[in-house]
Design a protein around this ligand. Structure first.
Ligand code: SF4
Length: 100
């Protein structure tokens, strides 16, 4: 991340430098989604993503994408086995209920 500090616009830190590696390499899918959002306005986003693809980064958020085993994935699952019985869909339309 030290090299990225040199590429930041004057007076502004890149989001990944400002937030630190704990967020961008977190095990929490929620935190990784936050990191993806923070990447959106980054001026280096396109080159960051291209470089991560070329290097086949094994993990972390690069260029607004989550990488797993060298490839960008839409969403990283949390650790552990998926739920055996996923939550059932809500029996009513939530928007309709909130309008009441
Ligand atoms: S696009 Fe790359 S350089 Fe920019 S904030 Fe995200 S990880 Fe950092």
């Amino acid at each position: 991340m030290q090299a990225l500090e040199l590429l930041a616009p004057p007076g502004r830190a890149l989001p990944c430098v400002a937030e630190g590696p704990e967020l961008y390499f977190s095990e929490s899918p929620r935190e990784l989604e936050k990191a993806k959002v923070l990447c959106r306005p980054c001026p280096l986003r396109a080159s960051c993503l291209a470089g991560a693809k070329e290097r086949r980064e094994p993990w972390g958020v690069w260029g607004g994408e989550v990488f797993v085993d060298g490839h960008p994935v839409p969403y990283k699952r949390a650790r552990g086995r998926p739920r055996k019985h996923p939550h059932p869909p809500l029996p009513i339309d939530v928007e309709e209920a909130e309008a009441c």
